[in-house]
Design a protein around this ligand. Structure first.
Ligand SMILES: CC(=O)SCCNC(=O)CCNC(=O)[C@H](O)C(C)(C)COP(=O)(O)OP(=O)(O)OC[C@H]1O[C@@H](n2cnc3c(N)ncnc32)[C@H](O)[C@@H]1OP(=O)(O)O
Ligand SMILES: CC(C)C(=O)C(=O)O
Length: 574
């Protein structure tokens, strides 16, 4: 079915049952009901500091793996999280498996939890599960018990066959049990964190009611800061709706001032990062997530992405991200899952450009920055949201060459890998060569291959061509003075009857390498021909450039009649 633009404007797919233009069964889905918070204040706020971070890699991330981590892999992940600066780490679900229980015991018994790190465990709202979990953390200095019961309309209906009242009663029963254990536990400071699981699909007023019932019970019984975690167990509305619901909930929490409110966002709609940022504006203090977004289904929110977003705005991310590639490789090893090449901030390609105009702008941006000479100046390089060096990348991989590339990128690569500053018309000449090469061969040309092609064409062209028995064309540098090379080189060309006229010779020190590069431009039948010479001595580099240019000119001249003959042979007979 095709709709006119006018019909499209007024079209309501849901009225049409299964007969939609796309064929998609939209009638099976209902839009979310907005909470409609008219006096919202979060849009006027700005992010100014990092929230508290809670890693759930060893629990939510782990429970989503094909093969959950054993104690050894968990330990590697734990050490990584500590080294990055996480201060709150959920280390497992001790009631779920012996491995999870053993890992918590391992950390405690080997005294492996730094003083400034709090471990957290998760359990369901069952007294046996709470017992086992508290047993697991016995002996740690401090621990958070995150205990949960689902509150969504669907789970109340199909899993628990319970109304609001019974659901609230279950939460209170578990809370009473947890508080009793908290009071009894002498050697460990136990913080309780209540979670209305599937909060994102719970009526907002019931979410508030159940959290407040739990808090009213806990508040008089402890001096500790209270904790509530609000999970977007399934992301089913856009970020601004989440922000409204967070602001509404925070406004109505009975003990907001002494409560750490955590957001635990999943990424079903692909907007967990945006949702978390708006939720922070709307009032959450702490965000739980995983490294590179591992976790159930489409994953938990990616904490390094949130942290890098802050960093790129000049806000301390409160996580050490200076070697993000190392973090990525440890995570890939532990999770046995690859991180996508385009994953924000850390993917293999996120600081790499193949496209000519981008490469050109990046190269110019880096050059301008270098010329300005202030490494601490505010970062403003086109197409690069941060300085790749800040997360441990070099500038070398910024530019890679294929059919989409242009002269600026190619020149940058030769400059950054070989120290060569190509004259503009040589850049143009070589870009044509590379374009043709990439179109014929396909794929990417790496820095090494680029150099080989460049070198074969300009530095040592046609070494098979005999350019004078005296070798080296008889071009001698004796008596030359810098800046006065063009004429002697021209004379040598004429003397040796090398075709073409010398247009110019320049030379420059190599950048970041010892020695000089010289560029000799000749013109043959109106076409520019280049030779490049490289040597520790400037004069010798010039001599080589002239020699290379002469070889190219001779080679071209000799190839021309052959090419003409070949073309004539191919000419169709009339
Ligand atoms: C959104 C989240 O990520 S929540 C965390 C989810 N994580 C996991 O499930 C991994 C760990 N889980 C496990 O190892 C196991 O599921 C266990 C050990 C916890 C429980 O296993 P089992 O007793 O075999 O039950 P099962 O896995 O089928 O769980 C469903 C049962 O738990 C009940 N249940 C589910 N969630 C909760 C909860 N938060 N509190 C109390 N009961 C719950 C269900 O109603 C169902 O009860 P039923 O047996 O009366 O039908
Ligand atoms: C139990 C909570 C924290 C959770 O993992 C979720 O709801 O996704």
């Amino acid at each position: 079915m095709t709709l006119s633009p006018e019909q499209h404007r007024t079209f309501r797919a849901r009225d049409m049952g299964a007969q939609t233009p796309s064929g998609m069964p939209v009638h099976k889905y209902a839009p979310y009901q907005p909470i409609g918070l008219e006096d919202r204040t979060w849009p006027g706020r700005r992010l100014t500091r990092a929230p508290l971070w809670g890693s759930v890699d060893l629990r939510d991330g782990n429970q989503a793996l094909l093969e959950p981590m054993d104690v050894a892999r968990k330990r590697v992940m734990f050490d990584l999280l500590v080294s990055m600066g996480f201060k709150e780490i959920e280390v497992g679900y001790p009631a779920s498996s012996q491995d999870d229980y053993d890992f918590v015991r391992h950390l405690i018994e080997t005294d492996s939890i730094p003083d400034d790190v709090i471990i957290q465990v998760l359990c369901s709202m069952r007294t046996d599960a709470i017992d086992r979990s508290v047993d697991a953390v016995r002996g740690a200095d401090r621990a958070v018990l995150q205990y949960i019961n689902p509150t969504s309309v669907a789970q109340r209906r199909v899993v628990f066959h319970a109304g609001r009242e019974e659901t609230l009663a279950l939460a209170l029963k578990g809370t009473r049990h947890a508080v009793r254990l908290q009071e009894e536990l002498r050697e460990t400071e136990l913080y309780l964190s209540y979670v209305p699981e599937s909060w994102s699909q719970t009526e907002p007023d019931f979410g508030v009611e159940i959290c407040n019932a739990v808090q009213e019970y806990c508040a008089p019984r402890t001096d500790h800061t209270l904790r509530i975690a609000l999970p977007v167990t399934v992301e089913c509305f856009p970020p601004h709706e989440l922000a409204d619901r967070i602001e509404y909930t925070c406004r109505h929490l009975a003990h907001r001032d002494r409560t750490i409110v955590t957001l635990h966002p999943h990424n079903d709609r692909g907007s967990a990062v945006a949702a978390s940022e708006l939720a922070i504006l709307a009032g959450v203090d702490r965000v739980e997530g995983c490294l590179f977004g591992n976790g159930e289904r489409t994953g938990n929110v990616c904490l390094p992405t949130l942290a890098m977003n802050l960093f790129s705005q000049g806000i301390d991310p409160m996580l050490d991200l200076r070697d993000l590639d190392r973090v990525r490789s440890v995570v890939e090893e532990c999770n046995q899952l690859p991180v996508h090449a385009r994953h924000p901030w850390v993917g293999e390609f996120v600081y790499t450009s193949f496209a000519g105009t981008h490469q050109d702008a990046i190269a110019k941006g880096l050059k301008a920055r270098e010329q300005e000479g202030d490494p601490d100046a505010v970062w403003d390089v086109p197409y690069l949201a941060v300085d790749p060096r800040d997360i441990g990348r070099s500038y070398q991989a910024l530019i890679r060459i294929n059919t989409q590339s242009g002269k600026g990128g190619i020149a940058h690569l030769l400059l950054s890998t070989r120290g060569l500053t190509l004259p503009r018309s040589l850049q143009i000449d070589f870009a044509h060569v590379m374009q043709e090469f990439c179109e014929q061969r396909g794929g990417e040309v790496g820095a090494e291959e680029l150099w080989e092609i460049f070198s074969e064409r300009y530095v040592a062209p046609g070494t098979g061509h005999d350019v004078g028995a005296a070798g080296a064309l008889g071009i001698s540098t004796a008596g030359w003075t810098p800046g006065d090379w063009k004429n002697p080189v021209s004379r040598a060309f004429t003397a040796q009857e090398v075709p073409g006229a010398v247009q110019g010779v320049t030379s420059e020190p190599l950048k970041g390498h010892a020695g000089y590069a010289a560029f000799c431009e000749t013109a043959l039948d109106g076409r520019p021909l280049w030779g490049v010479g490289i040597d520790e001595e400037e004069a010798e580099a010039v001599r080589r450039a002239a020699l290379a240019a002469a070889r190219r000119a001779l080679g071209e001249k000799r190839a021309a009649p052959r090419a003409a003959r070949n073309a004539a042979v191919r000419e169709p007979v009339a």
